[in-house]
Design a protein around this ligand. Sequence first.
Ligand SMILES: [Zn+2]
Length: 456
Amino acid sequence: MSDSRSPLCFHAAHALLADGWARDVRLQVQDGRITAIHTGQGAQHGDTRVGILVPGLPNLHSHAFQRGMAGLTEIGGGDGDSFWSWRELMYRFLAHLRPDAVQAIAAQAYMEMLENGFTRVGEFHYLHHDADGHAYANRAEMSTRIAAAADQTGIGLTLLPVFYAHADFGGAPPNPAQRRLIHDVDGFAQLLDAAKPALTALPDAVLGIAPHSLRAVTGEELSALLPLTDGPVHIHIAEQVREVDACLAWSGQRPVQWLYNHAPVDARWCLVHATHITDDERAAMVASQAVAGLCPITEANLGDGLFPMRAFAREGGRFGVGSDSNVLIDAAEELRLLEYGQRLTLRGRNVLAPDATRSTGRFLFEGALQGGAQALGVAAGLQVGASADLVELDAAHPALQARRDDAWLDSWVFAARNGALRSVWRHGRQCVAEGRHLQREAITTAFAAALKGVLG
Ligand SMILES: [Zn+2]
């Protein structure tokens, strides 16, 4: 909904550009995209004036509907709980979701993303069919609902429809709890075609694919899926030790090892989690320029383990962050936990930034910005041609006082808690003012009603 007739201009006292911090920055925006950037210029009449401006971060991995079950799976049994028991509860929740509830829950999740630093989402979307496992009259009904939630909130959408066909390695038949997820390759190709019209209403949507995991997709199916897109390819991989052991038992190879031996993994790919990898697997990931899709909050919540981030970062590996299960949606918290997990295991401070030219907060922020944008198929950051996805830090927030440049990012990531983000524009259109989404009340009311219907 940006004005297509005349350009918008933003004036930022300070802005984080592609080559670093700059003062007195004027950004010209037309049809949602940045068309010019000038530094050292005063504000002009009619400019939208902001204090501290940074680009919005991409959230490269989300299952939006899981926002509706956040906090409902925190009760352990006598022998402890695991990813696998969490998944059983998730399937039970999923069984009751109708399209209108999916849309309302997704809108709530996307609104929270925009209020907390994310301006684009990679929706790893696997809930396709009705409760009996039949395709809806519109095969892409659920994709259409995801697109509607993106449209209502304003968030940028990279839709990654999931191909899911099997319950385990070696093409095991799916179990009944998975019936709403299942396709064969032909049906999935039809789903992709049907999803395209749903995305045309969005200004800069991207369509990719997501073979769910090596458990859910055979090698033959993976080969048949790849020609269906020239967009991003995302896959869950090596998240759990049990998954690695099962892959070894099936193939004699570890999941990431198997993938690189059987698929042309390159910079279009995002390997989500990749938690349990060897030095050789890590080297293959770095060399391929694929993005490691890290989801620190969810990986902590599910007890997955820790990705070898320091070695990967030192070797120039590409990474981004995702909110995955959406148990908590906060860009700063994802970056903070990514660093803290490494500090706790390596027993050091500032372990990820490779040198002192950039602070830890800036290294994490810019890494997640570049890798996230690559994984979601868009240009990154504040540069001409990129979407005007703009986040204003609140210069009045106590945690940001008497700071400048990288210290603003560090203080937001490590010291601010909530409330450090003031305004957000997505594709040139304001979505958040004074820390609140402009449609928060309507979105939250619909979310509450949807959850009452599902859980009440
Ligand atoms: Zn996931």
